[in-house]
Design a protein. Sequence first.
Length: 175
Amino acid sequence: MSTAVYGIAQDYAHAENIVLNLKDAGFSNNEISVLFPDKGGTRDFAHEQNTKLPEGATTGGIAGMGTGAVLGWLAGIGTLAIPGIGPFIAAGPIMAALGGAAVGGAAGGLIGGLVGMGIPEYEAKLYDGKVRNGNVLISVHTDRSEQVTVAKEILERGNATDIKSTSEASAPSGD
C-alpha cells in the first residue's frame, strides 16, 4: 500500500526548497507533486515546453530554468486550466489526477481532483482554499514506510503547514 504525505508551502520559494530537500533525500521526480496558481510570474523564469495530457487538459507547460530549475525537474509539469477556477501549475502524480477535473469543467474540479487522489474532502477543501490564495500544495507518494517519516520531517523543516498523510489503496496486480 502506498502513502501520500501532503503539506502547504507558504510560497514558491519555500516549495522549491522543500522539493530540493525531498530530491536530496532520494525521492524521485515521479513521487513528488506540486500545485500552485499560475499568476504569470512563474513564466518569467521558465520556458514553454507545451506539455499536454492525453485529455487535452493542459494549456502549456514549463520546464525550469534558473530559479525554476528545481520544479522543472519534476515529472509532467504543466499548466492546467480548470474552468471556473483558473490556471494552475501542476507537476507529478497530481497532474494526471487533476487533468480530468480540468476537462470536466466542474466548479469544484480542484476539490474533486484532490479527493480523487485520496485526500479526505475536508482537507481537500482546506488545500483548495490555500492554493487559490497563492500557497503551494506539495505531496509525496511513496511505498516505503520509512520515507513517510522523512517526507514529513522535510515538510516541517521547510515551514510547511497543514501536513497530513493518507494511505492509498494499491491497484490489483492482475496476477
